[in-house]
Design a protein around this ligand. Sequence first.
Ligand SMILES: *[C@@H]1O[C@H](CO)[C@@H](O)[C@H](O)[C@H]1NC(C)=O
Ligand SMILES: *[C@@H]1O[C@H](CO)[C@@H](O)[C@H](O)[C@H]1NC(C)=O
Length: 375
Amino acid sequence: MAGRYKFPVQRSKTAVHLLAVTIFILIVNIAFWTDFNHIVRYGHYREATRKPSKIDDLFIRKTELSPVANPHRHRFVSTLENKCKQKNVFLVVVVTSSPAHAKHRNAIRKTWGNETMFPQGNVRVLFALGRSDDAQVENAVQVEAKARGDIIQEDFRDSYRNMTTKTVMILRWAVTFCSGAKYVMKTDDDMFVNIKTLVRHLETLQREVDLSSGLFMGAIQTGVHPVRSPPNDRYYVSREEFNEDVYPDYLSGTGYVMSMDTVRRFYVAALMTPPMPMEDVYMGICAQREGITPWDHSGFTFHRFGFTVCTHSHQIVTSHHYTPTELLAMWEALQTSPTECGWLRSYFSILYAKLVKRFSMIFPCLFMGCGAIEE
Ligand SMILES: *[C@@H]1O[C@H](CO)[C@@H](O)[C@H](O)[C@H]1NC(C)=O
Ligand SMILES: *[C@@H]1O[C@H](CO)[C@@H](O)[C@H](O)[C@H]1NC(C)=O
């Protein structure tokens, strides 16, 4: 009799194990996979200090001329006024670049930033520069700007600690010369950006939810502490520049997208917010001030995402730390190889992206390269 009852007990043990494994796999899937290309809205700013306001051109001009906390009194050297004249501009990608990085710009022009890929002509890619102290470099920039017609420049000194000024220049340029565009993206010249994937996501989002307004999307950075020493660290911020112990949530400066109404709100907020050297943190401070909610998109990665043809042609939007030579080689591989991803590969690459994103919150220097500034 006893033997008769043993059997079902053992069977139910196996069932419990099976169930546990299934639940585990489900949780891993839900946590790391299913929302891969989805967006997490960071609702931390519900207590907005200001109501979203309709900011028209007159309000912007008035703010520019009034005595504000961050007067942006720089002269445009190059405005590219005609770059954005057509009505149908969907996306403008502005790449921050240092004057000496002609090689980086050329690699981007030949690869992911080649506008001719977009037959409707509704995507613009351009570079944002300050002035170089080196006369030779500055002359070369002027020649390049004339030849290529894709450089916007103001007369402030181009340096890592002046990045915030450059971002304000981008905002100013967009509201002044490109206010008809739907979206503006800011990224850097050592990035890979898959504009096609980004456009696809923006179009999908626009169909699903009304994203024509309020968009501020990228890779979220949350709970980041200011670096207080040593003073020559790339990320050093003094108490005078930022006095709290934790930054507000912000989006990594490696790549973020804004809808045009958000750009206008950011520009006005920036004029009224005292500057601090980390441009992406600064945008987070302005977002908090304006009540703009940052959205995290899993396709925006700020580390060097291991290159595979399938991930870079379908899944990720941004990936960091590429030399011009690497960009060119990657691009060639993307043009010549088949682009399908098997499910196993998709699964593990997505899992990897999510894990790295989470770990980088705990060990930022491992992925973002803290250390002294080399200029
Ligand atoms: C961009 O692509 C077009 C078409 O493939 C090509 O003719 C052009 O040379 C490319 N531009 C650059 C700067 O490589
Ligand atoms: C930033 O730009 C301003 C204006 O050109 C310049 O005076 C200042 O020295 C620059 N700051 C740094 C850290 O390069």
